[in-house]
Write a protein that binds this ligand. Structure first.
Ligand SMILES: C[S@@+](CC[C@H](N)C(=O)[O-])C[C@H]1O[C@@H](n2cnc3c(N)ncnc32)[C@H](O)[C@@H]1O
Length: 382
């Protein structure tokens, strides 16, 4: 493209009287962006209309050859003027003409946007020739940036979430390698480092749901696995509660502390860099002061939450408290399995489930399992 925003372009030149018929015929078979380059202006010239065409349009060309011979048009070369305000509607649209249709079909339909960073996983590119993959990925990353105005950096997800800190491997494909960003969610702001802290925007509705529950004034809440604080902070934002938030990852703790300051809260969030298992040690002062004093506990460590039920029973009021308990459970009947699992663990501690307040699939996690949540009132057996 030259400095004036003009680019060598092929146009379909057709008489005005035929233009509408031509467009209708093509639209029946393809969506607009499969043949017209919508970033460029349509030119009206005397009795003709000139439609700017995308570069790669194999299937459209074939269709035109076989079906629209009689419409009296020609393909000409001219300068196409790019509309600087044109916004692509989707990554597929931004890539039309850049990549062939069979490659575009292999691009994941979704990717995460966290502040100025996008994360994409190419799970269907393995079938392609290795020497081309890297340039395809760069084009996809470029398209993500075009579609999402705030996005400056794109990383590829290279592993599942793993380890105690629940982190994933990321590889830069576009922009500056700076993993720190500020993400806005449900009227709150979260500063975080996507390489060194856990964060997923996919729990946005679950966090909203939790923040809208009915809380008692001065209710004492423990967020056992707080990360950078999205649950604790969203609850404390509009509720006059006291949240004790824990994370064992020093980087998550650092951002948790910053995020408490970054958001105007009605309630209080007390942040601790601690393995929650430490709370039951008789020498742990905080554990001693929270022991049987907590009204509600959030346990958002789905792969290992069952390991910490003893800590929950140590902290909750013996007269009863609420657990928000997240697990990965196998399909089918993941919810029933999750409830049974929780019941067994709670009973082993000499407690019982008094009432299931809510249970649901938060999101499908893999072809074989779901992320589920059980909200339950539990109480010590007298
Ligand atoms: C799945 S993430 C949840 C983060 C947060 N609740 C959210 O919605 O983004 C789990 C977090 O628990 C922390 N974690 C893991 N084991 C822990 C433990 N024993 N004590 C405290 N934090 C722990 C990890 O560092 C990680 O940040």
């Amino acid at each position: 493209m030259n400095k004036t925003g003009k680019e060598d372009t092929q146009f379909l030149k057709i008489e005005k009287d035929y233009a509408e018929k031509f467009l209708k015929l093509i639209k029946k078979k393809f969506s607009d962006e499969k043949f017209i380059d919508k970033r460029k202006k349509v030119i009206h010239s005397g009795p003709y209309v000139l439609f700017p065409l995308i570069k790669n349009r194999e299937t459209v060309n074939k269709f035109i050859e076989n079906n629209v011979k009689d419409l009296n048009f020609e393909i000409i070369n001219a300068k196409g003027e790019i509309d600087p305000n044109y916004k692509f509607g989707s990554v597929e649209e931004a890539l039309t003409g850049e990549l062939s249709e069979n490659i575009i079909e292999l691009i994941p339909k979704s990717y995460d946007v966290i502040g100025k960073i996008a994360i994409i996983e190419f799970d269907r590119f393995n079938s392609l020739s290795a020497d081309k993959i890297s340039s395809y990925k760069k084009k996809v990353a470029n398209a993500i940036v075009k579609v999402n105005r705030g996005v400056e950096t794109v990383y590829e997800k290279k592993s599942e979430v793993k380890g105690k800190y629940r982190l994933k491997d990321l590889q830069l494909i576009f922009g500056e390698d700076n993993p720190e960003t500020i993400h806005k969610e449900n009227n709150s702001m979260f500063k975080l480092d996507i390489k060194n802290t856990y964060f997923t925007p996919r729990l946005v509705f679950e966090r909203k749901r939790l923040s809208l529950l009915k809380f008692e004034k001065k209710e004492v809440i423990v967020d056992m696995f707080a990360g950078v604080g999205p649950i604790s902070i969203q609850i404390a934002k509009s509720n006059e509660v006291e949240v004790y938030s824990f994370d064992v990852n020093p980087t998550a703790y650092k951002y948790l502390v910053e995020n408490v300051k970054l958001n105007k809260l009605k309630g209080k969030v007390f942040a601790y860099k601690l393995d929650v298992a430490e709370l039951v040690n008789s020498s742990n002062e905080l554990g001693n002061s929270l022991k049987n004093n907590v009204d509600r506990i959030i346990m958002n460590l789905p792969e290992q939450s069952t390991k910490y039920i003893d800590i929950a029973c140590f902290l909750l009021k013996k007269t009863g408290g609420v657990l928000h308990f997240y697990q990965f459970c196998e399909k089918p009947n993941s919810i029933e399995k999750g409830i049974e699992n929780l019941k067994t663990k709670v009973n082993n501690e000499g407690w019982h489930i008094e009432k299931i307040l809510n249970s649901k699939i938060v999101k499908p996690f893999s072809p074989k399992s779901d992320l589920i949540v059980v909200d339950a009132n539990i109480k010590i057996v007298q």
